[in-house]
Design a protein around this ligand. Structure first.
Ligand code: SAH
Ligand code: SF4
Length: 398
């Protein structure tokens, strides 16, 4: 495997000159607009409808950052576009490169909210892990993102902006067509619950999937959900992307405790949604993510219960060693325990690789994403997490 020099690049987002420049630029970014919207814009600016499709291709397939570079458009149209819009990406407030090549960006948005994006290079593919929200309302007990106070949905522009900015950084424009792409796969496994922001996520993913857009096929896109049952079917019907479910427990009692959303959508409903997920088959299976928590969900009985739970679901497991974070009450199961757990699933013919943690040195691994802009001590973090959990419990009582 190649080794990389760990490195960190930091931009001061609070730089006053930068703030003034940003505040004075009232033009919205064109990122996030789809072909139909760009067509309407072209027509409203007195151009032929097909000019909208040309702008779409310049923006999402060639990655230009200035309307001036759209050489097959009239000077007048380019000038009008420049007066009205930018093609600006989210700002990379911090970029870190791990010794294993994993890159993590902290992207800042116009309201100065921030969310993280991670790129994981492997021999055969390169996966971009993107965020769908700033923070997350779901407060799963083992997840760092769930302890973050500020939560808002990201817009389609902010979601696609992560892909664009990552490809700027990887130097991948125009979109290579000869199989040499570094960014081949996209997973919605960053911060947030994508099915609580489905419309914006779907809009962004359609641009990602468009052949004359980012051109990543739906087979290379995986959406991970904590189990928002009513939206799962919609996701399968409208987007037809791969589905991953954060399962993490073999029974309702443990899952209720770890993931409050289970009280709303218990395992029975969740498994039914998996069984009937549009397009699911033995060739196209659902990934069940299972974080290994010492003494909580990692017993041999849990493994046997899982075999029963998923017996008529086309699925594979992904066993995730728990990534610790400051203030967490949990520990990762031992290697032996994870091995025994894996054996039981494997003996029942269930595919169940153990996920190799990537980017540990830059805290880029699963569930660790949380902007560290809040400068808190471990004790304060713990108190904040307890408060978030208590509020969620109270909300679910009603
Ligand atoms: N909200 C979505 C997607 C983001 S989380 C979801 O929950 O599916 C991406 C994955 O990381 C989920 O499977 C999540 O359960 C897992 N995860 C969260 N915290 C973790 C931690 N500390 N260690 C390992 N995995 C974690
Ligand atoms: Fe939200 Fe997913 Fe973390 Fe749960 S695991 S708090 S749903 S990001």
């Amino acid at each position: 495997m190649r080794t990389y020099m760990p490195n960190t690049l930091q931009i001061d987002q609070d730089d006053p000159a930068r703030q003034v420049a940003l505040a004075n630029d009232l033009r919205p970014s064109i990122l996030g607009l789809d072909k139909a919207e760009l067509t309407t814009i072209a027509e409203n600016m007195g151009e032929k409808a097909y000019r909208g499709a040309q702008v779409f291709q310049w923006v999402y397939n060639r990655g230009v950052q200035s309307f001036e570079d759209m050489s097959d458009l009239s000077n007048d149209f380019r000038a009008r576009l420049t007066d009205t819009y930018t093609i600006s990406r989210p700002e990379s407030v911090q970029e870190q490169i791990s010794e294993d090549g994993t890159r993590k960006w902290l992207f800042g948005y116009r309201d100065r909210q921030k969310a993280e994006t991670v790129f994981i290079p492997e021999d055969e593919r390169g996966t971009l892990c993107i965020s769908s929200q700033v923070g997350c309302t779901l407060t799963c007990r083992f997840c760092h993102t769930g302890t973050q106070r500020l939560v808002r949905n990201l817009t389609a522009g902010e979601i696609i902006g992560q892909v664009m900015a990552a490809r700027d950084s990887l130097g991948e424009w125009p979109t290579p067509t000869d199989g040499t792409r570094a960014l081949t796969n996209i997973v919605l496994m960053g911060m947030g619950e994508p099915l609580y922001n489905f419309d914006e996520v779907a809009k962004a993913m359609r641009i990602v999937m468009a052949g004359d857009g980012i051109a990543v096929s739906r087979r290379k896109i995986t959406l991970s959900t904590s189990g928002v049952v009513p939206e799962i079917k919609r996701c399968g019907e409208e987007l037809r992307v791969n589905l991953a479910i954060s399962l993490h427990a073999a029974n309702d009692e443990t899952r209720n405790m770890l993931m409050p959303i289970n009280k709303k959508y218990p395992l029975k409903d969740l498994m039914e949604a998996c069984r009937t997920y549009p397009g699911v088959s033995s060739a196209r299976r659902i990934t069940l993510e299972y974080v290994m928590l010492k003494g909580i969900n990692d017993s041999e009985q849990d493994a046997r219960d899982l075999v029963k739970l998923v017996k008529d679901v086309h699925c594979k497991f992904n066993l995730i060693p728990f990534n610790s974070w400051p203030g967490t009450p949990y520990e990762c199961s031992s290697t032996e325990t994870i091995g025994r757990f894996q054996d039981i699933l494997a003996r029942a013919s269930i595919t169940c690789p153990i996920r190799t943690p990537r980017g540990r040195d830059i805290l880029a691994a699963c569930g660790q994403l949380k902007t560290n802009s809040e400068k808190l001590s471990v004790r304060e973090r713990k108190a904040q997490a307890e408060k978030a959990w208590a509020e969620k419990e109270a909300e679910l009582q009603h």
